[in-house]
Design a binder for this molecule. Sequence first.
Ligand SMILES: [Zn+2]
Length: 119
Amino acid sequence: MPLNKQKIKEDLEKERDVLVGQMGDMGKMNPETGEWEAQPEAQDFPEADSNDQADRFEEYESRSSMIKDLGNRLKNILFSIKNINKVSFGKCTVCGKEIELARMKANPAATTCKKHLEN
Ligand SMILES: [Zn+2]
């Protein structure tokens, strides 16, 4: 059965909007680099002790890594939305067969089927 590109595109666009929302809660896009960066939480207590400072830093670190993961996912999704109407979209570059839908969902920018994942 051929991939339902319209459905995939709708799903991707929904996920894109969710991702952009999540990322907007944690950081913002640097207009110069186009990369998303975590924003440190506002300092409510300027006299915070060093434990608080350490917590804050950890929190910032985990936001940074989360926003990086989300950003990579977003890049894949935007790439797929852009290329979805190409004949080659959703086809394995090794064997030319349709890529499994589950794999496309896991990685919308996948260019190989499960069998050729390792190559
Ligand atoms: Zn293949």
